[in-house]
Design a protein around this ligand. Structure first.
Ligand SMILES: Cc1cc2nc3c(=O)[nH]c(=O)nc-3n(C[C@H](O)[C@H](O)[C@H](O)COP(=O)(O)OP(=O)(O)OC[C@H]3O[C@@H](n4cnc5c(N)ncnc54)[C@H](O)[C@@H]3O)c2cc1C
Length: 314
């Protein structure tokens, strides 16, 4: 393997874990930030102290957390999202609507179903132009537009990549090159309980998959173990913890099994093809974690409802 500067490093085994970087919004105007590194976080925090308002572009987890932090810091917040609900990529729209209300409860001007078409200003951002023809004044923008995977350096190496740049792995986290494994945000591998390949941009997965890849690399043929975690993600917004075990989208059945969205405290089950695929909780940590074993194996929808003490037709 060659390093910047030309030095070469030999290896018996290799684990690729170069992760991802924030997708940039395509402008050089000052005042437009992204959030991925500690330097990004320090710059955003400093900017919060210098501005009375912020426009946040994208209501994924990063944008939603930035909006919540900015409101907590006393800024006026406009949150712009092209999809009809926040967190569309990871959460079924029926739960996305609860998150919409959560932001509005806290005074966020949440604009849904409208995309950003450009930024205007001379040197420093002054306006965010939206694709419905309107514009929002802005001296500070934070864009949470997802990530780009740091895998360009692998092109031509023989390590096969997916269409989104993810590193294609087998069930043991091994890439298309024997002895070369991958873990974390960039690893794309087949998960038997989710009907195909998945890739997770979650902190817990980065740690668990790194350990699994290292174990399998050292174990050798015959004693390797397939990596079949229960995906886990959390997000803190307005002092409330949202936790997701498994997958919450796409889902063909959604059921609140404890609490209620109106109280902003609930646990929801998500089903696909008659099987439980995800459990999401808002302000319900012990209850959510109690259902982890149901997701560590295949649990029917009826079996899951019964474990929660809920009758299928009630
Ligand atoms: C602001 C923010 C908040 C988050 N909050 C949560 C949360 O609440 N819960 C949660 O589950 N997840 C959260 N995440 C996601 C989580 O941080 C990531 O899933 C995790 O960091 C992925 O780890 P990784 O090791 O795969 O990649 P990374 O953390 O991206 O690490 C990759 C490293 O590789 C380096 N690198 C890249 N290219 C090269 C190269 N060519 N040569 C050498 N080094 C290279 C990079 O500089 C980087 O240090 C958050 C992420 C961000 C940005």
């Amino acid at each position: 393997m060659e390093l910047d500067g030309g030095a070469a490093v030999g290896y018996d085994g290799l684990i690729i874990a170069t992760g991802a970087r924030a997708r940039r919004p395509g402008t050089d105007l000052k005042g437009v930030h992204v959030l991925r590194t500690i330097e990004d976080a320090e710059a955003v925090r400093a900017a919060f102290g210098e501005h009375g308002s912020v426009v946040v572009v994208g209501a994924g987890f990063i944008g939603a957390e930035v909006a919540a932090s900015a409101r907590t810091a006393g800024l006026e917040v406009t949150l712009i999202e092209a999809a009809p609900t926040p967190l569309t990529r990871v959460v079924d729209p029926r739960i996305g609507e609860v998150l919409t209300e959560l932001h509005r409860d806290h005074g966020v001007d949440l604009r849904l179903g409208v995309g950003v078409s450009g930024f205007e200003g001379s040197g420093h951002v002054e306006r965010v132009r939206l694709d419905d023809g309107t514009a929002v004044d802005a001296s500070l923008v934070v864009a949470g537009l997802g990530v780009e995977l740091n895998t360009e350096w692998l092109r031509g190496s023989g390590v096969r990549l997916a269409g989104d740049g993810g590193v294609l792995c087998d069930a043991f986290c091994q890439t298309s090159v024997p002895g070369v494994y991958a873990a974390g945000d960039l690893a794309n591998w087949p998960h038997p309980r989710y009907g195909g390949r998945i890739r997770l941009e979650h902190w817990t997965n980065a740690g668990e998959q790194a350990a699994a890849a290292a174990r399998n690399l050292l174990a050798g043929e015959g004693t390797r173990q397939a990596y079949t975690p229960v995906p886990y993600f959390w997000s803190d917004q307005y002092g409330r913890k949202i936790q997701l075990l498994g997958q919450a989208a796409p889902a063909d059945t959604v059921r609140i099994v404890h609490g209620s969205p109106e109280d902003r405290k609930f646990v929801a089950f998500f089903g696909r093809g008659g099987v439980l695929v995800g459990v999401l909780g808002l302000r319900s940590t012990p209850k959510v974690m109690r259902y982890r074993p149901l997701l560590a194996e295949t649990t029917t929808w009826e079996g899951a409802l019964s474990a929660a003490g809920v009758t299928p037709r009630s």
